[in-house]
Design a protein around this ligand. Structure first.
Ligand SMILES: NC(=O)c1ccc[n+]([C@@H]2O[C@H](COP(=O)([O-])OP(=O)(O)OC[C@H]3O[C@@H](n4cnc5c(N)ncnc54)[C@H](OP(=O)(O)O)[C@@H]3O)[C@@H](O)[C@H]2O)c1
Length: 343
């Protein structure tokens, strides 16, 4: 039985973590914390937890978390995690961090995109990027897992097989991404009120979104050439879910690739992956089939003699894009079946 704590328990990903971990037969949630005005039962903050968990959520107390837990999920905003994670690791706890603070190896890019100098730069090399489909062996031994971002999870899983197979030009990658509003966290902001979201659809941060360097850095490690990604995120009137439409340009010697060839490639590439579902020809993923699950659904399209490959990827931003993936990583770290509490 692992004794687990969650810091940032009152946010969307914290709420999902509690929900999943309560169903895990090998986990006991022992400690919950948030930036909270006064200690409060988590079942009073989220009524869905009534009669399921009676723990009080409180302001962070390092002594308590260190003595009561062996693994901590930090579900905190970026730039906050890096102030807290070092103290947890120094107390010999394992950490799965859901923020971006330990994902990027390039510190200059971190500072540029997250507007703050990294305060724990040496630890970044120790952190394992928590995408099980790529880094499973490293995750098994990790003390610090940098859980991937939601958009990068979908983008990397969607592009990687084509990249590894050397089918595509790396300078011509276009990602059209759509996300529900929980992706922005549980905060008060005029642009996130119902009347602004409902019946609306908008693009934002074209080619300036903070997830771009994360996608480029991870995919670049599978190629000797530099990648160039055009990334256009959109907010759609959904609570949760991400759908990415990815446009890739075939290499000149690969123009004869057809949808069937891609389906074969992807099915082989992900043949042992419990959470990747590759769609058959003419059937495409949609958000409602992944919401509430840890699955990543991938649909593929390519016509012979056309230069274009189109890939559709759907995930739940709060599950495969965050807390579900974090629990998947925990299962790997502790040797539990990877799907425990997730299927
Ligand atoms: N939402 C997603 O779809 C998603 C997907 C992938 C990754 N992530 C990442 O996961 C992390 C958490 O996301 P979220 O959506 O759950 O955010 P959120 O809903 O805004 O929740 C943030 C949590 O952190 C706590 N917190 C904020 N500032 C703090 C501080 N200075 N000290 C201690 N606790 C503090 C908040 O407590 P109070 O409520 O008391 O303020 C809350 O519990 C973020 O880094 C986010 O980028 C999110």
């Amino acid at each position: 039985m692992i004794k687990v704590g969650i810091i940032g328990a009152t946010g969307y990903t914290g709420e999902e973590l509690i929900n999943l971990l309560l169903k895990h037969p090998e986990v006991r949630i022992c400690y919950l914390s948030a930036k909270i005005q006064f200690p409060q039962k988590i079942s009073e903050i989220f009524k869905k937890f009534k009669a399921r968990i009676e723990i009080v959520c409180e302001e962070l107390n390092f002594e308590k978390v260190s003595s009561q837990c062996e693994l901590v999920f930090t579900a905190l905003p970026h730039t906050v995690s890096m102030e807290i994670v070092p103290r947890l690791l120094n107390a010999k706890l394992k950490v799965i961090d859901l923020s971006a603070d330990y994902r990027l190896r390039n510190l200059k890019l971190y500072q540029r995109f997250y507007k703050k100098k990294h305060s724990d730069p040496y630890r970044i090399k120790e952190a394992v990027y928590g995408l099980p489909e790529i880094y499973r062996q490293d995750i098994k031994k990790a003390s610090l897992v940098a859980n991937p971002g939601c958009y990068p999870t979908a983008a990397i899983l969607g592009i990687l097989p084509c990249l590894v197979a050397d089918y595509i030009e790396l300078s011509d990658i276009i990602i059209d991404a759509k996300s529900g509003f929980t992706g922005a966290g549980r905060k008060l902001d005029l642009s996130y009120i119902f009347a602004e979201i409902n019946e609306n659809l908008r693009a934002y941060k074209i080619n300036t979104h903070q997830h771009i360097p994360e996608i480029e850095e991870r995919l670049s490690s599978f190629s000797s050439k530099k990648l160039n990604i055009n990334f256009v995120p959109h907010l759609v009137p959904l609570n949760r879910g991400i759908l990415e439409t990815i446009y890739l340009k075939k290499k000149k010697n690969k123009l004869n690739l057809k949808t069937e060839d891609l389906i074969k490639l992807y099915k082989r590439f992900y043949s042992k992956e419990p959470f990747i579902r590759i769609y058959d020809k003419e059937s495409l993923p949609q958000v409602k089939d992944v919401v509430g699950t840890n699955f990543c659904d991938i649909g593929l399209y390519s016509e012979k003699n056309s230069s274009l490959i189109i890939i559709i990827v759907a995930i739940d931003n709060l599950l495969k894009g965050a807390s579900g993936q974090a629990v998947q990583n925990m299962n790997i770290m502790y040797g539990y079946p990877e799907t425990t509490a997730l299927i």
